[in-house]
Design a protein. Structure first.
Lengths: 284, 435
């Protein structure tokens, strides 16, 4: 008996797994029939990001430094009131075309000072920013951030483009996507009314987010290069800037890639020639 | 151990002769991967993938050792240390992207290598030990990759660690205690991160050791080939060097080209955006998914949703580990004496279905667990087990294989050796009605 079971053990194990899966399948199907999944407001009214085209797109893209500087200006004058940029140092700004003197001025004039220690007393103190400093945090800690923002923490923006599905296009869509809650949504899902303190935005996964619309009128930022500061323009510029903060070395990566691919194509050509030559007399 | 006609190592240079007398390391290399190793003359490009897997491991170890010089395994600074590597270390972005993309490339290559083994019956006698060691390498790779993904300490790192270590709590009675002991805490934290780093550094060298055993075991019978017919004489083989070193050179070039295209132009394509958010134990991501190479197994795990004698979770964990452990028994589940699927018209069809089945499982495992995907996953998971445990033993016992060529050379001269993949598919089918 035992030897018989051992001999056909594989069939028994296979049948056991298949049988348990059949029971599970039965459960899933009957659940699907008796309780068909209902689309919530978030599934039905959520929108995919609008397409956004930036100079840095694709393997042959480049940084539009004018645009990155405009985007930095939007960050400085609007976003930086709540959002930190903790992976970026002031010195990094030379990468978007600012001179060292300009970087020094930007650091010195930055509204939030750098935390430091008083040289005489050892007490916590602050000092003006230097180019070697990272952008200072906006809030000292999470509790302070929550207290100032209706219990929500404004996320750090350094990596935002890489940390969201859709990247820069998502950021652009989110900033420009605020609108009144559609009447048909409330008709269909009366309980899904945007709670007080939150703001309706179909590009946000749950449709309601704590951040109030950051860009509310054309001309909110005055550009120095003469570009017309429409909401769409400002939002595109800041999305471009955050693409840069997420990966300042991207163009170096692409350029290294051209060289690597060219080298490898030559390498493949040579090795293929060697292979054909070595095998020329051997049928295989 | 080798064929009697293998070329002998005869160093001419006095220094090499001196070295050969004291420590015959060059002789070992000569006999293992040099002119002293006779290899069937009809290997196709599928046979490049063993060397490619070795190259992938070497790339992971080299980039990994340098990354470890800059990474800090401390839950407070791990995430920032990775960004420090990306931004402030010379070519740090290259090292990190090469290591992350390299993990995916390693799995692409190894999955192809495993499929080659399945299709051409490389697991059969006398090469069972080669196959068993290969499955051990695969398990070690999975453990290493999982622990490596935890190190950047992003959201997916943390929650992936939470889910995977949660498997152990499915063990009855002692499960929860084992989980806490393994993690060094109630949830993944400093202790877990630090031990994962230690093991992530250790395991690749263990893999390298098992690879040596894998190659050692291979060299006893010698390499298999697309016909599955054993080597009969000298005319069936060519020396590994220069014939297959040249062919592997082409393979390595193409491998590096694909690698470079992903690394330099789409390095985040295979990753998940959530892992650029620092780990936060208080905020669960909307859907937790592992890296793509674990998707088929993740789909099997999730397919078990019903309690039957054992709790559903335990069934899922057993099935997930079982789906890999089955591979250890493959040499004995397949009863056909014929190795190559080129001569196995029925098995070949079922193997094709299995390939599609695993791809479907992967697709399901990477998607949200909606009822539709769940149903698809449950059917595919059942087929996976039925293939190995029921269909394969029956088909291999009943199937009438097509006649094998008398020797590799005969097959080569007839032009049906299968050394070119296009000929394998077309020639194999056409040969049948000609009988």
């Amino acid at each position: 008996m035992v030897s018989l079971i051992l001999r056909y053990l594989n069939y028994l194990i296979g049948a056991a797994f298949a049988f348990v899966l059949l029971i599970a399948l039965w459960g899933t199907v009957s659940e699907l029939i008796h309780n068909p999944p209902q689309e919530g407001a978030a599934e039905e009214f959520h929108l995919e990001p609008k397409p956004l085209h930036l100079a840095s797109d694709g393997p042959f893209g480049h940084w539009d430094k004018q645009q990155l500087q405009r985007g930095f200006q939007v960050y400085k004058e609007v976003c930086s009131a709540c959002h930190s940029l903790r992976h970026i140092a002031f010195r990094d700004l030379t990468g978007i075309g600012y001179s060292e003197a300009q970087v020094k001025a930007i650091a010195e004039q930055w509204q939030i000072p750098q935390p430091s220690v008083n040289k005489d007393t050892g007490e916590p103190d602050t000092r003006p920013n230097k180019p070697s400093d990272y952008f200072p945090l906006v809030f000292a800690n999470e509790t302070a951030a929550k207290a100032a923002n209706n219990n929500a923490v404004p996320p750090d923006l350094s990596l935002m483009v890489k940390a969201r599905e859709g990247g820069a296009a998502y950021i652009h869509s989110l900033i420009t996507g605020y609108r009144p809650q559609p009447a048909e949504l409330l008709e269909k899902f009366p309980t899904a009314k945007t709670p007080p303190g939150l703001h309706y935005n179909p590009y946000f996964a749950t449709l309601n987010l704590a951040m109030p619309p950051p860009l509310t009128s054309d001309g909110q930022v005055q550009y120095e290069d003469g570009t017309k500061p429409t909401i769409d323009q400002m939002s595109t510029d800041v999305a471009a800037f955050l693409t840069w903060t997420a990966e300042p070395d991207m163009m170096t990566r692409h350029r290294t890639g051209y060289a690597a691919v060219l080298f490898l194509l030559i390498f493949i050509g040579l090795t293929f020639g060697a292979y054909k030559n070595i095998w020329r007399d051997v049928k295989h | 151990m080798s064929f009697p006609w293998a070329e002998q190592y005869r160093p001419k240079n006095p220094v090499m002769r001196w070295l050969d007398e004291k420590l015959p390391l060059p002789r070992l290399a000569y006999n293992a991967i040099g002119a002293g190793y006779p290899v069937p003359r009809n290997l196709n490009y599928f046979w490049n993938f063993g060397v490619l897997a070795g190259a992938a491991l070497a790339i992971q170890i080299i980039t990994g050792v340098v990354l470890a010089m800059h990474y800090a395994a401390d839950s407070a600074v791990a995430f920032d240390s990775v960004e420090h590597i990306m931004r402030d270390i010379n070519a740090g972005w290259f090292l990190r992207y090469a290591h992350a993309t390299g993990a995916s490339m390693f799995f692409i290559v190894v999955y192809t290598h495993i499929f080659r083994g399945l299709y051409y019956g490389s697991y059969k006698a006398p090469r069972e030990m080669v196959w068993l060691l290969g499955v051990v390498i695969f398990l070690l790779m999975m453990a290493t990759a999982f622990m490596g993904y935890v190190l950047p300490w992003g959201q997916m790192s943390f929650w992936g660690a939470q889910v995977i270590t949660g498997f152990f709590s499915a063990i009855p009675i002692v499960g929860e205690n084992i989980r806490i002991w393994l993690l060094g805490g109630y949830a993944p934290d400093q202790a877990a991160l630090n031990r994962f780093f230690s093991l992530h550094y250790l395991l690749p060298f263990v893999i390298a050791g098992v690879i040596i055993l894998h190659i050692w075991a291979l060299h006893i019978p010698g390499s298999s080939n697309p016909t599955g017919v054993e080597v009969k004489g000298e005319q069936d083989t060519v020396p590994f060097h220069p014939y297959y070193t040249a062919k592997d050179g082409v393979g390595v070039g193409v491998f590096l080209l694909v690698f470079a295209l992903i690394l330099f132009f789409a390095p985040n394509y295979l990753g998940h955006p959530d892992n650029y958010i620092p780990a936060n134990p208080l905020s669960t991501p909307a859907h937790i998914v592992p890296e793509w190479y674990f998707w088929p197994f993740y789909a099997i795990l999730r397919s078990f949703t019903a309690d039957f004698i054992l709790p559903a979770k335990l069934w899922g964990v057993l099935a997930m580990f079982g789906s890999i452990l089955i591979l250890f028994f493959l040499p004995w589940l397949d009863k056909s004496p014929v190795r190559s699927s080129n001569y196995r018209p029925v098995y070949r069809i079922f193997l094709g279905i299995l390939l599609i089945d695993v791809l479907v499982l992967g697709w399901v495992g990477g998607s949200e667990a909606t009822p539709t995907y769940l149903i698809l996953g449950q059917i595919s998971a059942a087929y996976y087990f039925l293939h190995f445990l029921v269909i394969l033993p029956i088909v291999s016992a009943l199937e009438r294989p097509r006649p094998l060529p008398n020797s590799i050379t005969e097959a080569v001269l007839k032009g049906e050796s299968g050394s070119r993949m296009s000929e394998t598919a077309v020639g194999g089918e056409q040969a049948a009605p000609a009988e």
